[in-house]
Write a protein that binds this ligand. Structure first.
Ligand SMILES: [Zn+2]
Ligand SMILES: [Zn+2]
Length: 397
């Protein structure tokens, strides 16, 4: 580290420790070390933060600080976060006697947890702060963006979702194997102090205060809250929809849109409709209509029966042209003018194959008398017509 770099690192340390101005200063930082050096597994590569900041009293047991002076390529800066993840993945044997009878694989602990006992209240590995400096504001903003893109794998966590019909593919991120990265410029840090709203948490928009920035975005908890809100909304929508299905007669609001009910035709599905009825009211309505229909049919029958009783009788049996009252074949309407027999006699004629009913032709005497005065015979017109339609030859009389 040359003299200038040394100076700048000291500057960032100063910015973290005692910010100019009172805004958000942390006066009780327990430890700020710049000499730390950690060996990666394999023993050849090292992770050498520019500073290790420990402030457990404000809920930050450890924060690594990387100061980027715009001298390295963004790729190399991004690679540091991958190296941090490798470091934080390292597990060591746990000498806790309480674990003595566990399997050896269960007797390990993350090295960083043992090194900085915490309490660690946030998911994921210890956070790393990227402090950029050494260029203009636009270049520094671009640099923070570029490093975020390149190091996405180290800080992004893994996306999870639950396949279900009501979450629109929504999900959350798990950070078990992620390094939370917060970024800022040395200038912002110097101006507002480490607790000021200077930190961009990778994965979250905006600038936040330190403690806010350390809270992970897209957590399971946030997903659960969104999902609960979606389910609540769905229940409300369902209740509102159900209210539109209130029974038109009794006002009952259904719990379900469709039910299976026992009706006259066995089990049937009953689906409620807006302005429709509940099953019971539907049954009552159905019965009411059925009774009305029957009453109307009975009234029509009685009217027809009375009308038919006034007409000329059946030619063959001399009973009512409408048939015997209450019989199965009884006419339900007034008999037409061409009808000569009651339904029973028509049916018998068909069964016994008696052929067409042809009335006796008028005699010469009757024809003469008809010229003088209208005949009293109720069938007279039909007899004249039949005589015309069915000439004498072949008539069976
Ligand atoms: Zn009802
Ligand atoms: Zn008859």
């Amino acid at each position: 580290m040359d003299h200038l770099q040394q100076h700048r690192v000291q500057g960032s340390a100063q910015a973290l420790r005692t910010p100019s101005g009172a805004a958000g200063g942390v006066g009780t930082v327990r430890s700020w070390s710049t000499e730390a050096e950690f060996l990666l597994p394999g023993g050849r590569r090292k992770v050498r933060p520019d500073g290790v900041w420990q402030a457990p009293e404000i809920g930050v047991p450890v924060l690594m600080v990387e100061v980027d002076r715009s001298t390295m390529s963004p790729e190399r800066v991004a690679a540091k976060f991958t190296a941090y993840r490798e470091l934080f993945r390292t597990k060591v044997r746990d000498s806790d006697p309480a674990l003595a009878d566990r399997e050896p694989a269960d007797r390990t602990v993350h090295w960083w947890r043992r090194t900085w006992p915490g309490p660690h209240s946030r998911a994921g590995y210890p956070p790393v702060a990227l402090v950029v400096t050494g260029a203009g504001p636009v270049a520094l903003a671009n640099r923070q963006d570029a490093v975020a893109d390149l190091a996405g794998d180290a800080w992004g966590g893994s996306w999870w979702t639950i396949t279900r019909h009501d979450n629109d593919g929504d999900g959350w991120r798990e950070y078990d194997d992620a390094v939370p990265v917060i970024a800022t410029t040395l200038e912002l840090l110097a101006e507002h102090g480490p607790l000021g709203p200077v930190w961009w948490r990778y994965g979250r928009p905006g600038r936040h205060s330190l403690l806010d920035a350390l809270e992970s975005p897209d957590t399971r908890q946030a997903y659960d809250e969104r999902q609960a809100a979606r389910e609540k909304k769905a229940r409300q929508d369902h209740r509102e929809w159900m209210r539109t299905l209130a029974c038109a007669d009794c006002g009952n609001v259904p719990k379900e849109e469709s039910t299976w009910e026992y009706g006259p035709d066995g089990k049937e599905q009953w689906t409620r409709r807006p302005d429709g009825r509940c099953w019971d009211c539907h049954q009552k309505e159905h019965q009411r209509r059925e009774e009305k229909r029957k009453a109307e049919a009975q009234a029509r029958l009685e009217t027809a029966r009375a009308a038919n009783a006034q007409l000329r009788p059946c030619w063959t049996c001399r009973g009512s042209i409408g048939g015997k009252a209450g019989s199965r074949l009884e006419l339900k309407e007034k008999a037409g003018p061409d009808r000569l027999e009651c339904p029973r006699c028509v049916s018998d004629r068909e069964e016994k194959e008696l052929g067409l009913l042809v009335l006796p032709a008028p005699t010469r005497r009757e024809l003469l008398a008809a010229r003088v005065s209208a005949p009293a015979d109720q069938w007279w017109e039909d007899r004249v017509l039949h005589a015309k339609l069915y000439p004498a030859r072949g008539r069976r009389v």
